[in-house]
Design a protein around this ligand. Sequence first.
Ligand code: BES
Ligand code: ZN
Length: 463
Amino acid sequence: MSRDSKDVLARIDRDKEGYLEELKDFVRIPSVSTDPRYRDDVLRCSEFLAANMEAAGLEVESVETDRNPLIYAEWTGAEGKPTLLFYGHYDVQPVDPIEEWRHEPFEPTEEGDLLVGRGTTDDKGQAFTHVKAVQATLEERGELPVNVKFLLEGEEEVGGESIERFVREDAGHRLGSDAVIISDTSMFAPGQPSLLYGLKGLAYMEVVVTGPNRDLHSGSFGGAVRNPANALCEIMSRLIDPATGKVLIPGFYDDVRPLEDWERQEFAKLPFDEEAYAADLGVERLSGEEGYTTLERTWARPTCDVNGLYGGYQGDGAKTVLPARAGAKVSMRLVPKQDPQKVGRLFREYVEQIAPEDVRVEIRELHGAQPVLIDVKGEIAEAAMAAQEEIWGAHPVLVREGGSIPIVATFAEVLEVPILLVGFGLPDDRLHSPNEKFNISHFYNGIRTIVRILDRVGESAAS
Ligand code: BES
Ligand code: ZN
């Protein structure tokens, strides 16, 4: 029996402005997981989401964890039909630098087709497409063509420890499903739907260099003691070879899975305009590891970047001071076969070895994620791709990404089912940057795509 979803799609057209208003309420809650000052807001956000999902017709449970609640929900009335597990996250990244936002980051603002605000695309707007697709279908028909389960977390942006424990302890019982569907990534380009088959891993480090017991006058004491900020810069300057763009940490590349020929060929076929990309970022030229194209560098080669530097005077104007302490936050983005713990250890050994002897150096590991590569195949993947093509008018391309979603590797390992990374964002959505946005048309088409996935998977097979 073929079902064309027309009934549900028509309902979405009637109800979509209401969905958008609900998304705005979701975005208004500043659920910044890395900053303890937002703890109450994170909790409030989980409550908002749980209530919204319950109103959508799901059976919802808020699962306590050591940190932020997980939201588990399900509708399992489609006996004999496959089960899809939807994953998303309700926490967001900090908003700084706040002065660069055009509006309050937590006051979602429409600018034509854009909804601007922190979390609009990463991941509140995208996760919401799943909830609203289920809601529209249940309201229209009173039932779903497949069984659905949801698992949403509030710690994705800080490494996802609680969900990791939950999924491992569950070992596929409650989370038993036929495929996982995730919308927390982007499409390759406007009008070009994409299915991701690779995400990078991450080892995130902090290096703190300490020297004298207090900040000093940089005239009176400069030249007499080692300056921790100078020492930090020396260390940081030895992480990457400026001539080749290679990471200099011994052993860093040892386990790297090389790009395969077919991947290099497929990447090269994608319509990627280096000049437009550079212009959009406001740089004159692109740079990175020698011997690789930009897509190869960002999707499939490991990298090392300073994410933040502190120490000494950070205010306006000049203060003559020799800081007692200086620090750096460093991310290493990893590719398959690299292990975050091993890379963290290599980083530690190298930094300890190159650090000047007359300062104290502390190295902390903040969080990590395993890299993943997914073998996209099977009936549910075919159904998802067909649904994408129907709604967006183009056949999806297979792509990789430089970002991480820590739980994906664990899903792959524990659940052993296909994982479909069906993103509705765009490359210029400004994830983690000021003025993050989600195209409203993508929000609506995302909901429609999920509706079609539900129907197509329901038609394709009995589990
Ligand atoms: N949605 C992103 C991951 C992403 C970004 C995928 C861009 C594809 C394209 C996710 O929410 C994210 O930002 N994850 C963090 C995880 C980290 C803090 C462990 C990341 O990659 O920085
Ligand atoms: Zn993110």
